[in-house]
Design a protein around this ligand. Structure first.
Ligand code: A2P
Length: 352
């Protein structure tokens, strides 16, 4: 079945990655419509040798669209998502708006594609850092049972969008030229710095990003009681997130077995030869679909467990690629067109 596809947030960092995946033939696209803010309305984006006009999302009529990729922030998803779902589209939402809604599947296809079966018009794409970490954690969990997960993240500027990438470049040039660095997107200048602050602070002292990592990991792994703690840090890297993970396991796991399990896992590439200076780094992960895992070793600080380091292109597997894979999984399961039943945007489920 060929799909009528919409991309909301088409001019953004993730939107542009989505368009290039679609251009590369990721889905059978019958038609494409692009939406962004009023600022971009009237411009166009190149697609398959032609151009597609960018429409103002505010005036969007989603009728006839089979799948709508949303990547314009949670506020816009809350505003337009139920409307698109009510018009018959399956919304694949990259924002945090619906992720913890029990009626909305939160899916990494390699981990929990089966959750798609119950969708009601909206499917959530998880937080980028959560996806990168869980791509390595989930196979090890299947092997040895996850008991606890501690992570420290090293997150690239592009996780905060296209303006954030531009800001890091400007700050770097300013500092190298002896001028002061100005911060608008980030809470402080990021160039030549690291910032342990991603998202708002919550009353318990954690940040939204750290909370997302905990709550979303529990939902995706179907482990509501999993002990998860995170410290999320922005680093002056343009693209690809890294995550140091300490995974406590129910059963002992050797480093060799962990390496074997990860090497066999779909969407994971093991790069773990420290003697040859081979380990995961953002420069290796950028532009790659699979996440890269290395520095794998036994870590028994808290009972049985392993520690490892993951690098993943968060604009691809952490966002656009995962979203496209969700659409592919829906297609493979015959979940397009929409299954009959209650929908988001209508009746009791319309209050998001
Ligand atoms: P625009 O370029 O018109 O501002 P990023 O994550 O890279 O910052 O991208 C955010 C995306 O969300 C962009 O495509 C941006 O469009 C879009 N966007 C921002 N505000 C709105 C809005 N009010 N309505 C629709 N799209 C929006």
């Amino acid at each position: 079945m060929d799909l009528n596809v919409a991309v909301l947030g088409a001019t953004g960092a993730v939107g542009m990655e989505l368009l290039s995946l679609l251009e590369g033939g990721a889905l059978p696209v019958a038609g494409l419509r692009c939406f962004a803010s009023e600022r971009s309305a009237g411009t166009s984006v190149p697609f398959r040798g032609g151009t597609v006009p960018v429409e103002n999302a505010e005036r969007a009529d989603f009728a006839g669209i089979d799948v709508a990729f949303f990547s314009a922030g949670a506020e816009r998803s809350r505003r337009y998502g139920p409307r698109a779902a009510a018009a018959g589209a399956v919304v694949i939402d990259n924002s945090s708006a619906f992720r913890m809604d029990p009626d909305v599947p939160l899916v990494v296809p390699e981990i929990n594609a089966e959750a798609l079966a119950g969708h009601r018009g909206i499917v959530a794409n998880p937080n980028c850092t959560t996806i990168v970490a869980l791509m390595a954690v989930a196979p090890l969990h299947r092997e040895a049972g996850a008991r606890s997960l501690r992570v420290a993240s090293y997150q690239a500027a592009s996780g905060a969008g296209a303006r954030a990438m531009a800001e890091l470049k400007e700050q770097t040039s300013a500092i190298l030229a002896g001028r002061p660095a100005k911060a608008a997107v980030f809470p402080s200048p990021l160039a030549f710095n690291v910032i342990p602050h991603i998202g708002h602070f919550l009353p318990d002292g954690s940040t939204e990003e750290e909370r997302k990592l905990r709550d979303e990991s529990r939902k995706i792994l179907s482990l509501p009681g999993l002990s998860v703690s995170a410290i999320c840090v922005r680093v002056p890297v343009l693209r690809s997130h890294c995550v140091a993970c300490w995974l406590g396991t129910e059963r002992p796991l050797s480093a060799a077995r962990a390496r074997e399990v990860l090497a066999a896992a779909e969407g994971v590439k093991v790069v773990d030869d420290p003697g040859a200076l081979a380990y995961p780094m953002p420069v290796l992960a950028t532009g790659e679909g699979p996440v890269i895992v290395g520095r794998i070793r036994v870590d028994e600080a808290d009972g049985a467990g392993v520690s490892f380091f993951v690098a993943g292109d968060q604009l691809l597997k952490g966002a656009a690629l995962n979203a496209v894979q969700i659409a592919e999984a829906l297609l493979a399961r015959g979940l397009f067109p929409r299954p009959a039943g209650p929908e988001h945007g209508r009746g009791s489920s319309g209050g998001h």
